[in-house]
Design a binder for this molecule. Structure first.
Ligand SMILES: [Zn+2]
Ligand SMILES: [Zn+2]
Length: 138
């Protein structure tokens, strides 16, 4: 029987390829997902502790005690699954935890339109700004 693979779990943002922030705990990653990407989580998540098992030896640091090669895996912020590829984590999350994804409809530019309303200074040249809504058909 082969020895368990030493693995270090990184908690990395998988939402956006130009974000990729990394955190040292799933809790911090969840907070980032809430604040930066409008994810929703219940107040408490009973995420089981990672326990060493026949396949994996979980390390507290990305270095192994015995000069072994350490695999860096990306941990799911909600459950104990982890993946060697960030894209695999994203796929896992989308499939298994879609109740914790940000609202799908808000991605359709809803946030944009809400900011757009407050900043309607489009018609600076128009003498009458109230005509903006009505005057579209001219
Ligand atoms: Zn992020
Ligand atoms: Zn998961």
């Amino acid at each position: 029987m082969p020895p368990p693979t030493p693995v270090f779990i990184a908690h990395c943002c998988f939402k956006s390829s130009n974000c990729k922030r990394r955190y040292n705990s799933s809790q911090n990653l969840r907070r980032h997902l809430i604040l930066a990407h409008q994810f929703e989580f219940p107040e408490r998540i009973d995420k089981p502790r990672m326990r060493n098992n026949a396949s994996y030896l979980y390390l507290a640091e990305p270095s192994a005690p015995l000069d072994q090669a350490v695999s860096i895996h990306f941990g799911c912020p909600v459950c104990t699954d982890h993946f060697s590829e960030l894209t695999s984590l994203e796929a896992h999350y989308t499939t298994n935890h879609n109740e914790h994804l940000p609202g799908q409809q808000s991605e359709q530019g809803q946030s944009r339109s809400s900011t757009g309303i407050s900043s309607v200074s489009v018609d600076d040249n128009d003498s009458n700004s109230a005509s903006y809504a009505l005057g579209r058909r001219r």
